[in-house]
Write a protein that binds this ligand. Sequence first.
Ligand code: ZN
Ligand code: ZN
Length: 424
Amino acid sequence: MGIIARIAFAVLAISFMTFVTFFGRLPIFRNTPIAWLHRAIWIYLPNTLSAIDQRLTSGRVTSYTSRTWNYMMYDKHPTILIFFFLLLCGSQYMYLPAAWPHFTTFNKVVGSLAIILPYLFLYLSAYTDPGEINPSNHARAMAQYPYDFSLFLPGVTCQTCRLLKPARSKHCSVCKRCISKMDHHCIFINNCVGAGNQHWFVLLLLTTGLQTLYGGVLGAGIIAAKVRTRYPGWSVWPWGNGAPPFKQYLLAWGWGIQDKVGMGAVTMLALLTSPLVWGLLAYHAWLIYCGTTTNESMKWSDWQADMDDGTVFRRKLPADRAKDPRVEPVWTRWPVEAEQIIVRTDDGKPPQSKHPLPGVGEWEPAWRLRDVENLYDLGLWDNLLDVFFPGYSFRDQEFPVAEQRGRKRRTKKTQTETNGEVEG
Ligand SMILES: [Zn+2]
Ligand SMILES: [Zn+2]
């Protein structure tokens, strides 16, 4: 059954290319073929096509295409959101009438949730304010996070919004506004993912992952049951003991879905796209675990590149450092403060104090990201708290808690050292 194999291959190829196109620039893929493919898609291919177009139509096609492309990618409009919504509706329309009668009561209850929840979280992700920063809420936005003197420095103004950039914020060129704790702009929800809606976005990924997996597995079960009426002992898993040759395996699939082609196609689409959704969810879970964002992980990766070049230096920031209230919040809800500053130099020598930089003591070279602290990582549970209850004040219980946290971090280190001594 060549056609089944071809559909499966096409869906896999499209999923893979979508993944590379949108996620190939992530730091994890640096120096891998995925990053190269991403560059090929975004730089080499457009450049080649535009060179050909220059010769043939003196660039008319390019200018039209790039206008359309810029509109698609960098203007705020719900095209992809509508596509995503229609994909969900269309798939369910093709899948449910054939599959529903085969469901047990339990699957009907769980299945209903799996159908409804992605719509709910899609709506909430798309229409919840991701954390727009404007003059009226600027002071509050500034009090969310302290500057870490690594990725975010006080005193930087957004050229467009003309407001001081709070720590962890970023200006979104699509939404044309600064967003608190900006992660990235997502065209599937036609909105930024930021402090205000990151939790809805994570739940959207989780429920979409569950829907594709659950629907895919149930669909495959129904098809397998049908196949077994003709080929007893046939299994969905093609690599078991006594499994038929692969060609025969695909033939059986083809026979199984022939009277329910719509449901079969959606089942395959669900099973093949599910890993993509779970991969994205795992990536966001990893970011939360590390206490960082997509935006910040890229900045960290730039720092790593400079550290490899040996041009990064760090030194201590005193705890009783005087803050300039014109550019830096005097109080934040965050329980810890920056204890270090890191800087890049052009010549690989420690910074010369032409412009006095904050901090005390000697500059030491920083070689590895492990040598510098991520101020925004409080540990998994507090990081989750920060994502799911944006604006939660880690200092509501007054300063002693903050002190304890600070002390806990320091004690942990001392304890390890003491343990080492005892063992040594
Ligand atoms: Zn801005
Ligand atoms: Zn945006």
